[in-house]
Design a protein around this ligand. Structure first.
Ligand SMILES: [Zn+2]
Length: 118
């Protein structure tokens, strides 16, 4: 190592030391750091951006499912015989909507007593 190189090294070390002191005494080192390498740049947390969209989709799917089902099962009354026991059938000819390859069919309610179809 030449004498010149050693001098440069020493200078660099001095500068490094001064920078360290500067950074330590500065009140807000991130916003006004003189060297970009000295301050660890604030890394945006990826967790926030990846969780949100899927959570919204899940909530929408859940809402769609809730809408599909009648809130109170068995409260249906047959207009023909007054029976409240119904069998539910998926009407495969009637697709309500499709979401991600999953088809949601309309439901038919068939009276267990007389066979009346809702
Ligand atoms: Zn009936």
């Amino acid at each position: 190592m030449s004498e010149f190189e050693q001098k440069v090294l020493k200078l660099l070390e001095d500068i490094n030391g001064k920078l360290d002191k500067l950074l330590k005494t500065e009140p807000a080192p991130i916003s006004s750091a003189p060297t970009p390498s000295a301050a660890p740049s604030p890394v945006p947390s990826p967790a926030v951006t990846t969780v949100k969209p899927s959570a919204i989709v899940e909530r929408q799917e859940e809402a769609a499912r809730m809408e599909e089902k009648p809130p109170v099962e068995g409260r249906r009354v047959c207009p023909e015989c007054g029976g409240t026991a119904f069998a539910t059938h998926e009407d495969r000819n009637q697709v309500l909507h499709q979401m991600g390859g999953v088809k949601i069919y309309a439901k038919r309610y068939v009276c267990k007593k007389c066979g009346w179809e809702a």
